[in-house]
Structures are given as structure tokens and as C-alpha cells.
Write a protein that binds this ligand. Structure first.
Ligand SMILES: O=c1ccn([C@@H]2O[C@H](COP(=O)(O)O)[C@@H](O)[C@H]2O)c(=O)[nH]1
Length: 255
């Protein structure tokens, strides 16, 4: 447990807000393309010193481990965002397969439960310092309080995120996926070493699309996000490279 938080009856009690210096390379570009050539064309314009890349369910289903190899050959670190959610044995094997691909980060759904997350963490032990970072999705950034209540979860999203982050921390994982709206609370509760990976990032004026809990890149970092997952504001821009460069400069200016 981070030394700046304590727990009572599974509730987080915040004691102080820690200093949160910006992680180096906080931008994770979400490559949600159905065309491998188009994705590689964008990647070939990017600098691995400026960002990391994220591949999710669409591209991995279409192009498989070969795409991971193509990305690694281009010297980018990769977040394999497959959000495993299954019984412990199956998830442990899935994260082992991700580790074999040499990815930098991978993830599971925290709602798969403590035993599932512990099994995933244990499966990575043999990889030592070469193990991917393992994080857990709390509440998808596309979901509102109303969406949760339709699932029978009758608390505000932030409360459910806190519960799931608490469980993730207990399981010994490296961090969570949450929205930047919850970042300041989680950073204060779990400390600097528990990574907060935040999708739902939208530069001012950008289309929100299906995201619900959103924040600008600058505000997200100020709130305590460690990694900003940014997809369509870059990949659907008329000029993706200049969209990324603009975001990069906006956040490096503030650090
Ligand atoms: O809660 C979550 C978890 C994952 N994602 C993923 O992040 C990107 C966001 O893309 P945008 O185009 O910037 O909306 C996408 O790959 C999602 O699968 C998320 O949005 N929210």
C-alpha cells in the first residue's frame, strides 16, 4: 500500500496529495486502424522518442503478432490493449503470451476480480525486469454514471473506479486505466509508482465521439495522469503528425 493512503472497510482515505512530476513520454497513440499500411505509414512519420504506441482489439484481431513485430522493428514501445477478462487460468496464459511478444505494457479488466489479477501478475514473475507493465481497466471512459446504473452499479463512476483501483493495487499490479477525472484522487491514494493510464483525452474543441469522461491533455497531466491515450484526435486529423506535434508541445511547455 502506498504510504500516503490508508483503508477502512475497503474505502480509500486520502491523507495527502503527492507531487506528480510528468512521466517521460506520456503520449500513447491509439492505433485503431483497419488498414495496416495506413497505420505503418503514420508510424513511419513518428519518432519513438516522442510517443509510445497502443494496439487494441481491432488491429490485433486483424493483423496479429506480426503487427507487434513490425512495430518493434520500428523501435516503438507498445501497449497491447486487449483488456483480458476471463477465468484466472485463461488470463494468466494470455498475459504470458503478451510477455512473449515483448510488449511494454498489457492489461486486464479489474472487474475480473482479485484472484484473476493475482494470477496474471504471478504469470509474469518469470520475466523479471523484462515483464510488461500490467495494469487493469477500472470503468471504461465511455461510461457515465447512468451507464453504470443500468448495470446495477448505483454509485458514481468515481466511486466504482476507486473500488476497482483498490483491488488492482491489492493484487500488486502496476496501475490502472481510468479517466483523467479520477486521476487526482487515485494519485493521492496510491502514490507515484501506481501508473494512471488515461484514455478519453481530447484537446480543447476536439470531437468527443463515444467518450464520456474526458479531459484535455494539459489538464489530465496536471490532475496526475501518467500516460495519455490519444487516438482519433491524432489518427483522424487531416495531418496526424502535426496534431501529435501540437499536443506534444502543449504538454512539454507546461512541464
Ligand atoms: O476506458 C477505456 C479503455 C480503453 N480505451 C481505448 O483508448 C483508445 C481511445 O481512443 P480515442 O480515439 O482517443 O477515443 C481506444 O483505443 C479505446 O479502445 C478507452 O477509450 N477507454
Amino acid at each position: 500500500m502506498a504510504n500516503n493512503a490508508s483503508y477502512q472497510h475497503n474505502k480509500i482515505i486520502t491523507l495527502q496529495k503527492p507531487e506528480t512530476p510528468m512521466t517521460s513520454k506520456p503520449i500513447l497513440v491509439a492505433l485503431d486502424y483497419d488498414d495496416k499500411k495506413a497505420a505503418l505509414n503514420l508510424i513511419d512519420q513518428l519518432d519513438p522518442e516522442m510517443c509510445r504506441l497502443k494496439v487494441g482489439k481491432e488491429m490485433f484481431t486483424l493483423f496479429g503478432p506480426g503487427l507487434v513485430k513490425d512495430i518493434h522493428e520500428r523501435k516503438f514501445e507498445l501497449f497491447l490493449d486487449l483488456k483480458f477478462h476471463d477465468i484466472p487460468n485463461t488470463v494468466a496464459k494470455a498475459v504470458t503470451a503478451a510477455a512473449e511478444l515483448g510488449v511494454w505494457m498489457t492489461n486486464v479488466h479489474a472487474s475480473g476480480g482479485l484472484a484473476m489479477m493475482e494470477a496474471a501478475k504471478n504469470a509474469l514473475q518469470p520475466y523479471g525486469k523484462d515483464a510488461p507493465l500490467l495494469i487493469a481497466v477500472t470503468v471504461l471512459t465511455s461510461m457515465s454514471d447512468e451507464d453504470l446504473s443500468l448495470l446495477g452499479i448505483n454509485v458514481p463512476a468515481v466511486e466504482h473506479v476507486k473500488r476497482l483501483a483498490n483491488l488492482t493495487h491489492q493484487a500488486g499490479l502496476d496501475g490502472v486505466v481510468c479517466s483523467a477525472k479520477e486521476a487526482s484522487i487515485l494519485k493521492a491514494a496510491f502514490g507515484a509508482d501506481f501508473s494512471l493510464v488515461t484514455p478519453g483525452i481530447r484537446p480543447a474543441g476536439a470531437a468527443v465521439g463515444d467518450q464520456h469522461r474526458v479531459m484535455t491533455p494539459e489538464d489530465a497531466l496536471r490532475a496526475g495522469s501518467d500516460y495519455l491515450v490519444i487516438g482519433r484526435p491524432i489518427t483522424k486529423a487531416a495531418n496526424p503528425l502535426s496534431a501529435l506535434t501540437e499536443i506534444y508541445h502543449s504538454i512539454t511547455k507546461q512541464s
